[in-house]
Structure formats: C-alpha cells, structure tokens
Design a protein around this ligand. Structure first.
Ligand code: ADP
Ligand code: MG
Length: 316
C-alpha cells in the first residue's frame, strides 16, 4: 500500500457525502459552497503523541478525541461544524492502526454530519492536525470579548472528571469508576446542542479545554473585565469528590479536557435563555458573575473572597 491507496482506502472512500461539498478529497484543494447569509468559522488543533494522548491508546479512541476537541471549538463560537481536514504524521504504515483510526474519525464526524474534505499524510513522529470548518449566521459568532460587568457566568456540565482520569492513568482505582472517567477523557461531547441558544443570548463563550479558571481568564482578558466564581456552586463531578475530596476544587478549576462550555449572559436575558434550555432538557450551572474589577476571585459560601490564579495547562 502506498500513500495514495492509503488515502483512498481509509479517508476518501469513507467520507460522508454532503451537498455543500462540490468536491473534496482528491484535488489540490476542496471546493465548498457556503450558504447565503452564513459566515465561515475555521479552527485547528494539533494532537501530539504522549503529549495529548498516549500512543498505546486504541487509534479509534485517538481519532474520536481528536475530532471532538476540534468540534468543540466550533461549539464555543455558537456555530455548526461542517467540514474537516486532517494532516496526519505517522511513524510507519500500520494498516490495523489506520483502519481503527479512520473508523473512529468517520464515526465521530458522522455524529455531527461532518465530512472529511482533505488533508496531508506524512511520515514522522505520530501527530495529527485537524482543521474544522463550520458555519454561523452573519454577525452571530460568540466571541471571548463580549462579557460585561453584571453578566452571569455559566458552565454547561460537570467539571474535573477528565483531569481525574489523567491523574489515575497509572494508579489503581475501581475499574467501574475508571471506565466512567476514561469515557469522559476519551469521548468528550462537544456542546453543539447549546449553539443556537447561545447565539441569541450569550455575550461571550469559550470551551473548557485548559481548566475553568484559565479559560474564564481568557474571557475576562479579552473582555477587559474581572470575575468572581461562587465556589459552592461549581458543578464538580461526583467521582472527583469521591476520589479527591481535598483537591476537588483544584480539579474543577484547573483540570482541562472536559470540553464543556463556559459562557456569560446579560442578567436581563438570563431567564429567557434558561427557559429555552430547560425546554430542550439542557442543564446549565450558574457559577459566578462578571465584574468591572479586573482579575479572578473566588467566593466561599460564607461570603469570604480570595484571589484566584487563572491556572491551567500550558505547553510553554
Ligand atoms: P498534494 O501533494 O497535492 O498536496 P496530496 O497528494 O498530499 O496532495 O493529497 C492528495 C489528496 O488527498 C488531496 O486532496 C488531499 O487533500 C487528500 N489527503 C491527503 N492526506 C489526507 C488525509 N490524511 N485525510 C484526508 N485527505 C487527505
Ligand atoms: Mg497539490
């Protein structure tokens, strides 16, 4: 098998048809039709072996996770994911690895009706760069820069489980609990379900990839505001409390990889947003408030306030 039969077998032949793809894999560039009134959202993420995933993981899981973390960036903008390119660097041509990888990728993309439209295949240390393209109605993209003092801060789901999974990768734990945590780490669920309502009501949004404090810190910096988080309101995953009671807060505030959304909403729109989400059965958690005073703070149930470092994962 050479590079081109590889691309054909594992990527081209399995790509989902979409009517907006004029042509995809096989030419020097793909050609796409953007519906009238829509703008294009583009985002890329690189995953490097033994930095973002273990090379011992099943390649199905690696591909699934790589796809989902990319899709999550479109969710954070309030958009609809449509098309993906994949730049794949492989140490060798391992057909079994590739078969599982491409199955995981196409299965993950099919969940959101996304299709693979191109890429690049090279030899080298295992890594992959995925570029996701999505659509958003003109002017509706939710940015990090829109939060204002008085806005309420929400998160879309429980925090800390993925970081706990990483923490216990090399330690013993109950195998049922481990399965729950590994599912959180390997199968994050990008919150595309929130996109339409956030488009109408959120003032700012970000996906929680580096940890709530770091990611909320980005919203605050871009919006030139500060924030106070209500510590007793944070939705900490029950297994985090069970295994790391003393450090549970650290996992929730600084643990990355959960891919829930953190968003802000003006208080006059809060009730309407909540009722729309409730009608769809989507639960979100109020965790704090945006303030004029710069920096992050945490507030205990008894009202005591302390400074909060915006710490999270950093490569450099
Ligand atoms: P070129 O050398 O002209 O850039 P390539 O020979 O690298 O093109 O790729 C041939 C075609 O296959 C292109 O359409 C490219 O987008 C696609 N392709 C290459 N690698 C991948 C991949 N890993 N996944 C999806 N499409 C790919
Ligand atoms: Mg070319």
């Amino acid at each position: 098998m050479n590079e081109f039969s590889l691309i054909n077998t594992y990527f081209k032949s399995k790509a989902l048809p979409r009517s907006d793809v004029v042509f995809g894999i096989g030419d020097d560039a793909a050609c796409l039709t953007l519906p009238p009134g829509m703008q294009l959202l583009v985002s890329c993420d690189t995953l490097v072996a033994d930095v973002h995933f273990l090379s011992t993981w099943n390649s199905y899981d690696i591909a699934w996770k790589a796809a989902m973390v990319n899709i999550s960036d479109i969710a954070a903008m309030g958009g609809t994911p449509c098309w993906l390119t994949l730049a794949l660097t492989l140490p060798q041509l391992d057909e079994s690895w590739l078969r599982h990888f491409s199955q995981g990728l196409h299965d993950a993309l099919a969940q959101y009706n996304i299709t693979l439209i191109g890429g690049d295949t090279t030899r080298g240390p295992l890594s992959m760069t995925l570029t996701i393209h999505g659509t958003i109605p003109e002017g509706k993209a939710i940015r990090r820069m829109g939060a204002s003092p008085g806005d309420k801060i929400y998160v879309s789901g429980e925090l800390g489980a993925a970081a706990l999974a990483v923490h216990y990768l090399r330690q013993t734990m109950d195998e049922t609990d481990r399965a729950v945590l590994m599912d959180k780490l390997l199968r994050p669920k990008p919150r595309i379900d929130l996109a339409a309502d956030l488009q109408s009501f959120a003032t700012a949004a970000i996906d929680i990839s580096d940890g709530l404090s770091a990611d909320l810190g980005h919203i605050c910096e871009e919006s030139t505001v500060g924030a106070t988080l209500f510590i007793d309101k944070l939705p900490i995953h029950p297994l985090v409390k069970a295994y790391q009671d003393k450090n549970a807060l650290d996992f929730a505030l600084r643990g990355g990889d959960d891919y829930e959304l953190c968003f802000t909403v003006a208080s006059e729109n809060e009730a309407q947003l909540l009722s729309r989400l409730e009608m769809k059965g989507i639960k979100v958690y109020p965790v704090g408030v945006i303030e004029e005073k710069l920096g992050l703070r945490s507030m205990e149930r008894n009202g005591a306030v302390s400074k909060l470092e915006a710490l999270g994962y950093r490569h450099f």
